[in-house]
Design a binder for this molecule. Structure first.
Ligand code: SF4
Ligand code: SF4
Length: 215
């Protein structure tokens, strides 16, 4: 059957009208920044204090776009008769984002939590060489890495946090013992019958005189 003249035009206009009445999802970037999810793969940040120059990330990168240079440094023995130790010192750490395919393998394999995803994506360049970010620039990205999500309420305390908490508790106890040795001694012996020394009552830990005679 021959098409009715003008039916194509009518169909086209119907589509136009339908689209005009729908809610628009246009993002007004760059006037309005997009609300990106926290796990967005924008750019990689380097926390170089954690990097031990193990080279695992550079070896596993499928694009070979991580460049690391380092040298060895010998540290003297800490005690007489001890052995000298050597450690790797990072000289260069760079990622070529012109080659990177954002697979995240380097971040996954880093055993020392030195690499992180940042959702930042505004680093387009007119010169391709500028897309090789050296360690200073990679460090700058670290400050844009979002905080990790909170743990589940019933989750086990991470071992790093537990170790840090124990160290902080030990330090606080040592400071308390230094400030009031008598109270600390009583706490250690389990009597707990100690009145904290007050200024002007004598030396630290001195008991105030008992009222109403002896018991
Ligand atoms: S994200 Fe993938 S391609 Fe990019 S540097 Fe890391 S391992 Fe290499
Ligand atoms: S894997 Fe991690 S610790 Fe090892 S060189 Fe890469 S960033 Fe540094």
């Amino acid at each position: 059957m021959a098409p009715i003249p003008g039916s194509g035009l009518a169909k086209g206009l119907a589509v136009t009208l339908r689209t005009m009445t729908r809610k628009s999802h246009t993002a007004q970037y760059p006037d309005v920044q997009p609300d990106l999810p926290p796990r967005t793969r924008g750019v990689i940040g380097l926390f170089e204090e954690n990097c031990t120059v193990c080279m695992l990330c550079a070896r596993e990168c499928p694009d070979w776009c991580i460049y690391i240079d380092s040298h060895k440094e010998t540290l003297p023995a800490t005690a007489p008769g001890g052995r000298e130790r050597s450690r790797n010192v990072l000289d260069r750490f760079a990622i070529d984002f012109a080659l990177c395919m954002y697979c995240g393998i380097c971040i996954e394999v880093c055993p020392f939590d030195a690499l992180f995803w940042s959702p930042e994506f505004e680093y387009a360049e007119t010169d391709i060489h500028e897309l090789t970010h050296e360690r200073d620039k990679l460090r700058e990205w670290m400050w844009t890495v979002p905080e990790p999500p909170a743990l589940d309420p019933g989750a086990e305390e991470p071992k790093e946090l537990a170790a840090a908490r124990k160290t902080a508790e030990k330090l606080a106890a040592a400071e308390a013992a230094q400030a009031d040795p008598a109270a600390e001694a009583a706490r250690a012996t389990g009597t707990g019958d100690v009145t904290p020394s007050a200024p002007g009552t004598g030396g630290p830990g001195q008991q105030p005189p008992a009222e109403g005679g002896t018991a």
